[in-house]
Write a protein that binds this ligand. Structure first.
Ligand code: PMP
Length: 433
């Protein structure tokens, strides 16, 4: 079938509920590029939404998966331990943001892992309610749809969803009116106090600490616009959790595995989560997710109450082991810092230039989890995205605000980053003209 015929076939037979950026069909991926049927090669600054973080078909990950597939594909963790599952834990233990995080449960997708964390939090605390952040994304299952507060589209028409979910604002420095009034200075007092106050009020007015099991938080809002919190915010949330016997759950599905320049984003603020949720980058594209917590909490769950047919698939776990090894051997975090600096510098340059700055509202993010928020009203983000596509480059928009997020591979070369920066710069200039 030709590329056009394949796309037509897909449009006819694939569920419409799945939104799609491009009409073309991907045939293969290698490093920072994907190749479409018909031969069009595109620079991929999406990484399949932050999954193929070590580039498409990373050789060592591919080799590990290929070797495992010949040994054991499916072990079924409810029947017996399987070797790659345990090897993955061994590889992940030294990477955890806190030594108390020592007991693991692996699943397939991010949403399943979020639900596993809800189960653990409810069971361990014997409390029901969950607090989430406005702007957060946790998935598309019934439990996680209830927790997702980034766009109404995710829950529209699917109610009733899981009950017992409350939400509070996440500090959004760029749009903080208090900061704006004080000349744009972001400090704890002017940026965090309101969201912290809202959280304290929620615990007094709507969801008492006696009924609240956990606060779920993405340390950097993902689908909500790549928004890092101001410095003291997460520590303050930790304090509130400790004071009220509430668990702090970090959803690092998008921000984890090096994306922000640390192995896990929460390390930027030195805050200990009670439960950490991982997925996406964990196996560089093979379906795998997991939660980690302290043994004392995990061991409260009754044997048999957790698990699933495909949970912690052996091939995915073997790929995960190779990912963890690559992080060390290939000094990935150093590359994130260097390439992140270059990308950010280019974006800030566009913001400072009066010609392009006229459409830019904010440049933000950490490491290679960077975003460009455009001024409202012009639909600029989608226009810039389209101009990048014309130049054979994939980028994604995010959030209800007019924002583009940049998710390049963490091991992208200096040359490919320079090429990507040039394309983005041209696209912004063309839209601003
Ligand atoms: N949590 C976060 C922070 C996410 O970004 C996502 C996916 N975008 C999920 C959970 C859900 O993961 P999945 O799509 O694998 O179910």
């Amino acid at each position: 079938m030709s590329a056009a015929a394949l796309a037509q076939f897909g449009t006819k037979h694939v569920a419409k509920g799945i939104g799609r950026l491009a009409t073309e069909v991907i045939e293969s991926g290698s490093g920072s590029y994907v190749t479409m049927v018909g031969g069009r090669r595109m620079l991929d600054f999406t990484c399949g939404i932050g999954v193929a973080n070590l580039g498409h078909c990373h050789p060592a990950v591919t080799k590990a998966a290929q070797s495992q597939i010949g040994k054991l594909v499916h072990g079924q963790i409810n029947i017996a331990f399987q070797k790659p599952y345990l090897e993955l834990i061994e590889s992940l233990l030294p990477l955890m943001p806190h030594p108390s995080l020592d007991t693991f449960f692996f699943w397939n997708s991010g949403a399943e892992a979020v639900e596993a964390a809800v189960k653990l939090a409810r069971h361990a605390t014997r409390k029901q309610n969950i607090i989430v952040m406005q702007g957060s994304y946790h998935g598309r299952t019934f439990g996680t749809m209830a927790m997702t507060r980034s766009k109404t589209i995710y829950g529209d028409g699917y109610a009733p969803l899981m009950p017992g979910v409350f939400s509070v604002p996440f500090p959004y420095c760029a749009q903080c009116s208090v900061a704006a009034a004080s000349g744009g200075t972001h400090s704890f007092d002017n940026c965090c106090m309101d969201p912290v106050l809202q959280l304290e009020l929620l615990l007094k007015r709507e969801s008492s600490p006696a009924d609240t099991a956990a606060i779920f938080i993405e340390p950097v809002l993902g689908e909500g616009g790549y928004v890092p919190p101001p410095p003291q915010y997460l520590a303050k949330v930790r304090e509130i959790c400790d004071k009220n016997g509430i668990l702090l759950v970090a959803d690092e599905v998008q921000s984890g595995f090096g994306r922000t320049g640390k192995m896990f984003a929460i390390e930027h603020w030195g805050v200990r989560p009670d439960i950490l949720i991982m997925a996406k980058g964990i196996a560089n594209g093979l379906p795998l997710s997991g939660i980690v917590s302290r043994k004392e909490l995990m061991d409260m769950q009754k044997p048999g109450s957790m698990g699933g047919t495909y949970a912690g698939n052996a091939v995915s776990c073997a790929a995960g082991v190779a990912v963890a090894k690559a992080f060390q051997e290939e000094r990935i975090l150093e590359n994130v810092a260097a390439r992140g600096h270059e990308l950010r510098g280019m974006l800030e340059g566009c913001q400072a230039d009066p010609k392009t700055g006229s459409i830019i509202y904010d440049v933000r993010g950490l490491g290679l989890m960077l975003a460009l928020e455009c001024k409202p009203g012009g639909g600029y983000a989608s226009k810039i995205q389209a101009k990048c596509m014309e130049r054979d480059m994939l980028v994604l928009t995010t959030s209800i605000y007019d924002t583009i997020r940049f998710i390049p591979p963490l091991n992208i070369t200096k040359e490919d980053m320079a090429k990507g920066c040039q394309i983005i710069k041209e696209a912004i200039a063309e839209v601003a003209a």
